[in-house]
Design a protein around this ligand. Structure first.
Ligand SMILES: C[S@@+](CC[C@H](N)C(=O)[O-])C[C@H]1O[C@@H](n2cnc3c(N)ncnc32)[C@H](O)[C@@H]1O
Ligand SMILES: O=C(O)C(=O)C[C@]1(C(=O)O)C=C[C@H](O)C=C1
Length: 245
């Protein structure tokens, strides 16, 4: 995944920055983009693998919602050897992502079947699930539809099943939020992004990626019915939560 082309999508000055879309151009540079943009991305993938090994139930389905190129699917699949009757359904509504994801998964051998479907996750039936992963996807769903989606995920999970939810978030404290945003920008600078790239990317995602506070996420998960919720990873304004049914 690290050997992808370098992300230079926002490197040149744009007269008008359009809303960010997961199109073919993004597909080509996505592994580089996400590794240089999300602090702890590789650690989160590793943790998703570990948690999947623990919580996957025999003869159940595992979901990767907003799978992009299948990084979380691969992390989960590598940890499912010996889990009988488990299959993975990975879903994304970007046709370009889905096409490349299918090719990518073919490059790895596994006994766990993985199907990649091109659909809006809000339309996907979730059933007999033991692990549902949303690795930086909920943030792209309109805020007023997030509760309903979480509710559907909860209903599709078996007792003891888990939701693995990773999100960029904002702090409830305005001053400390600025600190977190600043540390994240420093991280991007250290990874070779220029001020122009950072500010143009920020403008591009502003309207399509609305972030909530961790308090809001925790409250929603509780309201959906999850009996236990735990943050298991955090770096600056990026966090991963484990919610158990
Ligand atoms: C930041 S990427 C996710 C990264 C990926 N999960 C990983 O671990 O590498 C967000 C993905 O969610 C997808 N997405 C956004 N809204 C969606 C929706 N309503 N239904 C399905 N996929 C969606 C985008 O196409 C994109 O591929
Ligand atoms: O680049 C940023 O500032 C991000 O917020 C990163 C982020 C994410 O959080 O999912 C945003 C969009 C995608 O390109 C990949 C990563």
């Amino acid at each position: 995944m690290h050997e992808s082309k370098k992300d230079a999508i926002f490197a040149e000055p744009l007269t008008q920055v359009s809303d960010f879309v997961f199109d073919q151009r993004v597909v080509e540079v996505f592994p580089d983009m996400i590794n240089r943009s999300v602090p702890g991305y590789q650690s989160i993938l590793h943790g998703i693998g570990q948690l999947t090994q623990r919580f996957a139930q025999p003869d159940s389905t595992i979901y990767d919602l907003g799978c992009s190129l299948g990084a979380a699917t691969l992390a989960m699949r590598q940890n499912l050897a010996g889990h009988a009757g488990v299959k993975i359904i990975a879903a994304d509504n970007s046709a370009a992502m889905v096409e490349r994801c299918r090719l990518h998964l073919q490059g790895y051998r596994s006994d766990t079947p993985a199907e990649v479907v091109c659909t809006d996750v809000r339309e996907l039936a979730i059933d007999n699930a033991s692990v549902v992963t949303m690795n930086f996807t909920l943030q792209f769903i309109p805020q007023d539809e997030r509760q309903q989606l979480l509710q559907r995920i909860y209903s599709g999970l078996n007792p003891g099943g888990v939701l693995l939810l990773s999100e960029k978030f904002k702090s409830d404290n305005e001053q400390l939020n600025e600190v977190l945003v600043d540390l994240h920008h420093e991280f991007k600078r250290a990874n070779g992004y220029s001020e122009l790239e950072i500010s143009q990317k920020r403008a591009a995602i502003e309207n399509v990626m609305r972030v909530d506070s961790l308090t809001t996420h925790q409250q929603r998960l509780q309201d959906a019915g999850f009996k236990a919720v735990q943050v298991w990873f955090q770096c600056y304004n990026f966090a991963a939560l484990l919610a158990v049914k």
